[in-house]
Design a protein around this ligand. Sequence first.
Ligand code: PHE
Length: 503
Amino acid sequence: MKRPQAQVAVLQAADAQEDRRIDDVAAEADLKPEAATRAAFELEADGLLAVSEETLEHYELTEEGDQYVRESLPEQDLYEAAIDAGAADGPVQMGQVIGASGLEGGAVDIALSNYARKAYGEIDSGEITANQDADPGSDPEMLALEAVADGRVEDADADALEQLERRGLLDVREETVRSVQLTDDGVTALMEGVEAAETVDQLTPEMLTSGEWEDVAFTEYNVEADAEDVSHGKEHILRQTANRVKDTLVGMGFSEMEGPHADAQFWINDCLFMPQDHPARTHWDQFALEEPEEIGHLPPDLVERVRSAHRDGVGPDGEGYHSPWTEDIARGMDLRGHTTSLSMRYLSGHQVGELDPPERYFSVEKVYRNDTLDPTHLLEFFQIEGWVMAEDLSVRDLMGTFTEFYEQFGITDLEFKPHYNPYTEPSFELFGTHPETGEVVEVGNSGIFRDEVLTPLGVDCDVMAWGLSLERLLMLMYGFEDIRDVHGTLCDLELLRETEVMR
Ligand code: PHE
């Protein structure tokens, strides 16, 4: 039987009685490990060889772990200092104990957070106690550190190892080791004699004309061989979800709105009956533009009607704010803090012309807020804006629309809480339950526009509207807890690569 050279060499190096590691086989066959592995898989496919796999774990102390094993764990130092200070008999001032322990900087925090966890004692309102029965001399984590350092990982406690890894004191590296063993057919083949044939991985016109192709062995394809993981570019999960939201809303009969990210305060705030001295309008909440300082054009008749609504309200019993309203402020440029600015532009008839109810519009666009960064807040996020214009709308219609919308994303436990917006009455905040933490998370804000908003815009039927967070929707769908995993420089690439957005 003729076989490719590499296969013959691997067959001859393999054994029928025992598993041999592929690296040893490769060395004996004078092949690179990858070439030997490929040949082994090819032989396995023909039943001549059995390939087995095991995962080995290698443990190595980090620099910090190495330091502790030579000295001691910070919490052990803290315990010793606490005992010396008499903390076994009652609470002692923390500062005094820390000073005596010689711990500094980050080591103090590390000591404190592990001290209580290990029941070495208690830490409360600046005082520390030491538990007489604790035995830092046989601290399982220290014993595990020593075992790793001495190359006796098998003696170490599994929980302690896990804890060390979590504390960054230990690195665990996994290695896949393959071994081969000859099968009965492999033994037979060897006995009958296998010869090395030159293998060819490409058929050429010359081979065809000369007839050489009949004598050569072709390199086989192995579709089961491990292939390298290629992490190619792909659409960001937030963008994928935005597109799915758009499809969903289009499916519900909505059309998409477009408009500027930087806009006049007029469209962002004034049309929404937000008084000019409203706290959310200050630079604390919104980013103002230096350049251009103000918008070029505002529709003069609309400006007049909005001014009048702010001053005197609308209708015969109207109540305005009776505070000054200036067009200068209205012309000021900000990054939009919500996309309700787009709703105002469209409802005013200045974007797509007069509207004829029923009408439905939406947008899924970025908004910008001067928030404090934390796991649920960024300086910019995507808002799912939407509104329905029709005769006689009620809260039932609003809730029904949300229920229908969120159901399409698998969210069926929405909760509604009455809320206040200067521009809607009634108003509701929406909440969903986080699938991992069980926490109730705010996902949006909504309501039915007041007459003070609609009358100046020239709308004489009902409009219900909302602004929902795309990022929060994503959190509820996929269960991640920190928005910064998805956005920005701290993002979790693994999560972004692996999350599949269903369409
Ligand atoms: N603009 C509101 C927000 O950003 C959302 C909203 C839009 C509420 C329309 C009611 C009506 O929170």
